[in-house]
Write a protein that binds this ligand. Sequence first.
Ligand SMILES: Nc1ncnc2c1ncn2[C@@H]1O[C@H](COP(=O)(O)OP(=O)(O)OP(=O)(O)O)[C@@H](O)[C@H]1O
Length: 496
Amino acid sequence: MRVELQNISKRFGSVQANDQVSLLVEAGTIHGLLGENGAGKSTLVKVLSGFISRDSGAVLLDEKSVEIKTPANAIAAGIGMLHQDPLDFPPLSVLDNFMVGKTGTGFIDRGRSLRQLQQLAAHFNFNLNGYETVNNLTVGERQQLELLRLLSLGVSTLILDEPTTGISASQKTALFEAVKQLAAQGKSIIFVSHKLEDVEELCDRVTVLRHGKVIGRAEIPCPDAVLIEMMFGRELALPLKPQTRQSEAALQLEKIRVDTDRLSLHLGDLTVYKGEVIGLAGLEGSGQELLLLLCAGLLHSASGQMVINGMEMTHKPYQEYLDRGIGYLPADRLKEGLVSGLSIHEHVALRTPARSFFVDWKETLKQTVQAIAIFNIRGKPNTPVERLSGGNQQRTQLALLPVPLNLLLMEHPTRGLDIESVLWVWQQLIARCQTGTTILFMSSDLDEIMRYSDRVIVFSGGQASRPIAVADLTVDRLGELIGGRLSDTMEPLAIS
Ligand SMILES: Nc1ncnc2c1ncn2[C@@H]1O[C@H](COP(=O)(O)OP(=O)(O)OP(=O)(O)O)[C@@H](O)[C@H]1O
């Protein structure tokens, strides 16, 4: 199906999110939509998929004007969207989720739906069990399920909003294979992404948005520098991470065991040094999150000892961790890091230690204005955090970190951020390391782990490898280590 958006405009209060945006996607092609955080990409695809109503402009499918006011209208018109955070029902089974949205002659045939699910899954090489609860699936598997559901509803235009964030390398390969197959069958695909390597691999052409307007279009292949110049209006330089000398210990762990309902984490002896950056690699749920939560004081160990900056911290209350300058940056910015409904100013007030019973709103407003300027946040003191774009939410989280910061624990620090924000975030973090902050971070982006870590620990099923110097690794080797069994490939950091 040929999809055309003509002069779409959409305003949110004072923000012109889309300003006369036009986009043409020919049937059988994959069209990339690029742009910095807040450029207006999600707004545009939400207009097309019926989640947002436009102020003006037109949508044409196969050259006929259509009115799309709801997601159901969009599905009826053959347009489906795969959201970055799957919009499914986690307590229900895979099959129940697959059947959502199916309308028929009164009752739905579960047996037939199951067969359809199995056929589609086999066709795309997805490993989905209809009776599994969606809660137990990885983000990648939930995405596969949603893709099959949309296909079973007969969509001929598929929108993918940053689909490679949070999925494993093999899931990405399977997804890309499926998307290429769908395009070859004549479906039109819109691919929203920040990752230029993904765009290069998948797309036929791209449209670049900046400040709500179309800034340019390009055929792929196209040099990264040209796309970056279009997205940001300038060239970007990679921040360099100087090598850290291993002198003073910042974090010492001894024979740690952490037990949760899902997983037990076993760690042997580990020393991390002041100013060091340790990358935690592994499939999601392999234990790296538990290590971060333990070091942040948000989870207690069942056994073992933890010393941070020379202080015994095992089983100390959370407030002590805050007092010692230990910061934690969760991956889910809006659920765990920030409080939806509160403004940037209210967050700064919450973070500021109270000198009296009353909040000093004048003083905290001054601090907020300063933080907005220093961290280059696109928002006003009274902007509710959920209205900020992903990159600006991350800048706000960073602005709220304690000073001084001795130990920083981060889950996916740059997930969903545009390239400029990624570089900016790491510039700030490297500067912090040079003043003695130690960083432990987990990421599914192996390039990020290789680029910024001094040493890498690979996790698998609750076990961790000994730290490996990045100089002794390549991205491919790291991928192999993540995919393999620890005992086969490297020395584990397990309790002896
Ligand atoms: N519901 C909303 N209410 C108010 N402002 C909004 C709303 N949704 C988006 N905006 C604003 O519209 C602008 C465009 O946002 P949009 O989410 O479309 O950008 P994006 O290119 O998808 O960004 P990102 O890459 O960070 O997801 C931003 O300034 C954002 O803050």
